[in-house]
Design a protein around this ligand. Sequence first.
Ligand code: FAD
Length: 317
Amino acid sequence: MLRRLWQSAMIGLARSSSLKGWIQKNRTAAAMMQRYVAGGTAKDAVATARDLAAKGISVSLFYLGEYVETREGIDEAVREKLSAIKALSEAGLDIHVSVDPTQIGLGVSSDLMTENARVIGKALANAARGPGRHCLMLDMEDHTTVDATLALHDDLAADGVPVAVTMQAYLKRTEADLAARIRPGGMVRLVKGAFVAGPEIAHVGNAAIKENSRRLIDLMLSEKARDRGFYPVIATHDDRLQAYAIERAEANGWALDAYEFEMLFGVRTKLAETLAASGHRIRLYTPFGRDWWPYGIRRIGENPASLPLLVRSVVSG
Ligand code: FAD
């Protein structure tokens, strides 16, 4: 109950455009968010990606911005995704970008989203001719967007775009959605879910969500999924869930390069480095851009200990 209230409050803050406009001008608050954001441009983010690559850590670049509703904002997001692809390609790194469906047009129409996703997918497929891994990763937003996001994923995959999709353990439907993408040997990133919903459609409370995460990891790292060439991405900072995934992977004969972990840039960095040092594939979701408030407040929501620091910086800045 408390978790739901807290998360709802954070989602409300993330979507408040007047608060966003005001706080993003605050230099102290912006400096505090640098922990989670790798600069204002794709070039800044690629400089960070090079440093991480030296430690054996890969990235997925994300241009900040969600629930974009203007044509101008959508066009800008597409342009920035394309510049991230170009910068990664020039740097000889994995060409891996994350995209929120509402950034590229879902709030306007499914057709606009699909058209933009195809442009990004085509640029990615053209750039990714050399070695390395490449992927257009679709993020998953609130539960009202799941059908459209999965349909987009399936369309792009049928066209041969190297696409993957995020699925959320808090939603009850995920088990069936996941099974349907394991069968053809796709790629899915599993997260707990940054949104809230009622018990009709969602698992409610940390314990229930974690228990479902384990059930979904069982499916993702099963022998059957391995034999189908499915590629699991376990995206969590929860070291117990990571250990559970490693235990399942070892029990079912998964090679270390046949699955990966993903975490957020700036969160539990030592844990990411430890995974890399032990030979595991690890990628950091690495945002760049100036629209940092909705993303940053979600991170604060997951780490309430940093809230007083944010409030102090806003008051003093
Ligand atoms: P938690 O149980 O929240 O955290 C585990 C441990 O990590 C705890 O000790 C906690 O204190 C610490 N920790 C967690 N967050 C922070 C932080 N910000 N700062 C400091 N410590 C922290 N959600 C979606 O709904 N859709 C998406 O598309 C999506 N994409 C994601 C992609 C990646 C790569 C990751 C890692 C997460 C993504 N999420 C997404 C967010 C996810 O759903 C969770 O809300 C978030 O990851 C927190 O859950 P957790 O599994 O990390 O575990």
